[in-house]
Design a protein around this ligand. Structure first.
Ligand code: DOR
Ligand code: ZN
Length: 356
């Protein structure tokens, strides 16, 4: 197959940051995605509607005039988020979800939640307004092995949460384990999950390939091959509960290549191309459009995009560095040759999808 044409995808989990990093990374997302759910873990975090509107405008200010990219904003859940904030968010057309970071779980999560049971009225308001809760599903208990944090979270936090608030819409973000896949499949239609390209592509060996590879360190951390296989199987299965979310998370190279390198993989410049490769390798290119462009809007209750994109079977080399003002960002697969490439032609709205 030489090329594939699909409805322009959306990225249902993205870190865009601010300032010079935002300016440097946004073009990669705009090329591949029509909309993106924008994570709120800035410093300070985006905790209310006003902050989200300011951040949204900052993003739009960096978009080229002719671009149709739409940032879908989220609010950062804290111990102090009140039901009134949920109502305000629900009434704002640009805000689409709250994000749960258990305190200390990842980058800029110091203001995260210490006790979900203490937030019941707020969570019930989310269920009432059908505003999804996007979950970073890991416990932070230092006695729990870092590779078990998702499985323990499901048992001790996620299941009790859904028992307590059965109508809550939940997206289990960047799912990484077989247990997570089973949990989401068994849960009601109010529970879905995003899958990253890097968790589909790599197992935990990728962090230790003839030495420590900091650009493969992310949170949740890469898992064993058996878990990657479980993610792959469900990604290409056509199950509508599982859709695309890159979790592209740019960091300055010096912060990654340090004695305490931070978590995050900058995948935006290669993500869609990698998903195509992964689906092709699993004989499921016909399932890519659903995963990338249809199931996400279905869960969020948003229209399907009109635009289309073309991916060509054409080798290209990933840049080794993206310059962001004074900072440098190393993308996933830096310097490697990829076999799928985003078409440069401007995609026009058209009916039906076709391969050639
Ligand atoms: O790898 C990650 N990076 N995981 C997260 O949860 C946060 C993200 C970031 O903001 O850098
Ligand atoms: Zn993230």
């Amino acid at each position: 197959m030489k090329s594939i044409s699909i409805i322009k995808p959306d990225d249902w989990h993205l870190h865009l940051r601010e300032g010079q990093i935002l300016e440097a990374v946004l073009p990669a997302t705009i090329n591949s995605f029509r909309r993106a759910i924008v994570m709120p873990n800035l410093i300070p975090p985006v905790t209310n509607v006003e902050m989200a509107m300011t951040y949204r405008q900052d993003i739009l200010n960096v978009c080229p005039a002719d671009c149709v990219f739409e940032p879908l904003m989220t609010l950062y859940l804290t111990d102090h988020t009140l039901p009134a904030e949920v109502q305000a968010a629900a009434e704002n057309p640009h805000i689409h979800a709250f994000k749960l970071y258990p305190v200390g779980v990842t980058t800029n999560s110091a203001s995260g939640v210490t006790s979900l049971p203490d937030l019941m009225p707020t969570l019930e308001a989310m269920a009432e307004y059908q505003l999804p809760l996007l979950v970073h599903g890991e416990v932070t208990d230092p006695t729990i092995d870092v590779f078990d944090r998702e499985a323990v979270f499901i048992e001790h936090v996620m299941s009790p949460l859904l028992d307590a608030v059965p109508g809550l819409k939940v997206v289990f973000e960047h799912l990484t384990t077989r247990q997570g896949v089973e949990f989401v499949i068994d849960a009601g239609d109010n529970v879905a999950a995003t899958l990253t390209a890097h968790h589909l592509l790599l197992n935990r060996n990728a962090m230790f390939n003839q030495g420590i590879c900091p650009h493969h360190y992310c949170l949740p951390v890469l898992k064993r091959e058996e878990h990657r296989q479980a993610l792959l199987a469900v990604a290409v299965s056509g199950n509508h509960k599982f859709f695309l979310g890159t979790d592209s998370a740019p960091h300055d190279r010096a912060r990654k290549e340090s004695s305490c390198g931070c978590g995050g993989i900058f995948s935006a410049p290669v993500a869609l191309e990698l998903y195509a490769q992964i689906f092709e390798d699993n004989n499921a290119l016909d399932k890519l459009e659903g995963f990338a462009s249809l199931y996400g809007p279905e869960f969020y209750g948003l229209p399907v995009n009109q635009e289309r994109i073309t991916l060509k079977n054409e080798a290209w080399q990933v840049p080794t560095i993206i310059q962001a003002g004074t900072e440098e960002i190393v993308p996933l697969c830096a310097g490697e040759i990829l076999r799928w490439r985003l078409g440069t032609d401007r995609a026009e709205p058209e009916k039906g999808s076709g391969n050639s």
